[in-house]
Write a protein that binds this ligand. Sequence first.
Ligand code: SF4
Length: 396
Amino acid sequence: MATFDVRFLGCKVSHLDAQDVRERLLADGHVERAGDADVAIVNTCCVTNEALSKSRQAAARAARTHRRVYVTGCGANLEGDNFAGLPSNVVVVRRRSEETPATVAADLGALGCVQDDARLERVRAFVKIQDGCSFSCNFCVIPLVRGGTRSRSADAVLREVRRRVAQGHREIVLTGINLGCFRDRASGYTLARLVREAGETHGLERLRLSSIEINHVDERLVSALRETPTVARHLHVPLQSGDDGVLRAMGRRYSAETYLRRLASLEDFNLTADVIVGFPTEDERAFANTLRVVREARLTKLHVFPYSPRPGTRTADDDPVPAAVKKERGARLRDQSRVACLEHWRSKLGRGDVVLVDRPGRGYGDDYSPWLLRGEVGELIRVRAAAVTEEGIVAA
Ligand code: SF4
């Protein structure tokens, strides 16, 4: 038996990959222990140079305090020797996400299935429905490090949703790299059908999508989201840029107008997005278009990434926008996002909501707006908005 701890850097998919390793090691009889475990798993991210360098630092730190460190995830699979020069107790696992848990488990050795139903988080569970991406946005390294799109079977997903709900999770987040690519052709499932059926799971309180590309926000999906009572009124729809020239240079396959049109009917949803600043062809005029589209689409929370060329991509050698300009544009966007969040939260003053408490003193309302309130973690509470702070909506 080994003791282990698992950490991750990056997005929800990285979190989920780390959880898959964790679940597999628990099932094999290993024991999770924070702080002084024998083994560390560091699931890495390579979305920017900064993410990669933080991943490397995390692996180096873990190597000082653990007998063995497994470096897994997107950073490990990125071309080049990004983890070279680390101590000899660091093992870089270059495997697809589906193969990583078994690879780490085989290396550690199993004790037998002594705990095959580990409950992973308290309130919400992330359920992967799809992995990889077969689009080829010019800047993106995901298809290179995670492979092309592939879906789990609808049956496996729905069984996992039932299992997580039976374990006591109240919220399920359907997660993947490009969720709209989910297909189970053999059983005739699209994402819309999967949402409807997962949403009907007995005992489930709330269902969300981790994110969805704008080209997949179609009538069928919107109807499924609207007609499934457990679905949260929230969508995370990557924008990346609001300028058509930049979108074309990125290879994103939609225009700013399409983005706005497809979200127009979702006025009662809380819409959030990812945006890249400082892409090679982004000048001040193009950036102003991004600020405008963010406003017109009524986006609230933005995840802003400074452009960072990734090896192996079409724009790998192109990075003309100075770091200071990226920083300044990022700050302007974040500020606009902060104001939009506050406005959105203020629009709720005096109104009611149902909040799922996910941490002491905090929770999320029906459209995934943050609330500050008292309540037991895991409780669903009917509340009324009394005030707004920079942190969220204060319950009366
Ligand atoms: S940015 Fe483009 S290539 Fe990368 S994961 Fe998203 S859709 Fe796929």
